[in-house]
Write a protein that binds this ligand. Structure first.
Ligand SMILES: C[S@@+](CC[C@H](N)C(=O)[O-])C[C@H]1O[C@@H](n2cnc3c(N)ncnc32)[C@H](O)[C@@H]1O
Length: 278
């Protein structure tokens, strides 16, 4: 499984998906990162020095860690994601490199925090837990975060109809097997949300936080850009001859309900699982 992850990530997050990713993916909030750092602060005896963000994509979570650590490394097997992460505003203590969850290019006992933000569904979790335990110092922490793919829609009388269109498109992608996520915690069918098992030993003090969210006011063009950042949409465009007409239909249906000049509030519920290395 580890090998298939390594070889396919670059395919699923290719250049155009990765560009949409860096432009349209939701940004994590100070509150969410603060909650992770509160946990780290409770568990670590001294100030944290190094964090590793695994499956960093174009750096949405990685950059949020910069103020708290001397050094932050973002790792992603897709060279396009790493390239686009480097095109953004990179804090001086952050570096991005190609790498994968199953073989972290970091020495033993050298990290205070390992994170996986909306990424662990791609990993071989057994290898990832082993590697995280290897590179974390004693009392170093592991945090696995997710947000729901389809946001809740607020502040529009068309909210239910908009959500229905997104749900229908999502199901079409599922029916055509376009969500090619290899791990057992299948994020897109919400199985990852149902997983609440403590991380395996040597991790202890497992906790889970479900009360957080990412809220933003967005335009119809931004929601369409977000849909194009999904690896499944990238797969649809590469493999299905009717992809263009499916996306055109989605676009015209959404635009009929969502005038271009209107911003609508969308909310992605977030859940975070954390533990420390004993
Ligand atoms: C949905 S994106 C999450 C990006 C970012 N962390 C965020 O919060 O938006 C998932 C990322 O996991 C990466 N990925 C896929 N397989 C991986 C693996 N085996 N190890 C590490 N990252 C992987 C993908 O290339 C992709 O960039």
């Amino acid at each position: 499984m580890a090998d298939s992850n390594k070889s396919t990530a670059g395919i699923h997050y290719d250049q155009s998906t990765s560009e949409a990713y860096s432009l349209y993916r939701p940004l994590w909030t100070d509150t969410i990162v603060g909650r992770v750092m509160d946990y780290v602060g409770e568990k670590l005896p001294g100030p944290p020095t190094q964090a590793i963000d695994v499956g960093c994509g174009t750096g949405q979570f990685t950059t949020m860690l910069a103020p708290y650590f001397q050094r932050v490394i973002g790792l992603d097997p897709s060279p396009y994601q790493v390239e686009n992460a480097n095109k953004g505003c990179v804090p001086p203590n952050v570096t991005y490199q190609v790498g994968n969850a199953e073989k972290l290019p970091v020495p033993n006992d050298s990290a205070d925090l390992v994170t996986a933000a909306t990424a662990a569904h791609w990993f071989d979790m057994n290898d990832f837990y082993k590697e995280s335990a290897r590179i974390l110092r004693p009392n170093g922490c592991l945090a696995v975060l997710y947000y729901d793919v389809i946001p809740d829609i607020h502040g529009s009388s068309n909210g239910d109809a908009i959500k229905r269109l997104l749900d229908e498109y999502f199901i079409l992608l599922q029916d055509r097997n376009m969500w090619v996520e290899p791990a057992e915690t299948n994020y897109v069918t919400h199985f990852a949300r149902d997983v609440d098992a403590p991380f395996p030993k040597p991790f202890v003090d497992y906790t889970r936080e479900d009360s957080l969210d990412i809220k933003k006011d967005i335009s119809v063009s931004e929601i369409l850009g977000y849909v194009k950042s999904w690896s499944s949409t990238g797969n649809l465009m590469k493999t299905c001859s009717d992809a263009g007409s499916i996306l055109e239909r989605l676009e015209s249906s959404l635009r009929a309900l969502w005038p271009d000049s209107h911003l609508i509030t969308v909310t992605h519920p977030v859940w975070v699982r954390m533990a420390r290395k004993s």
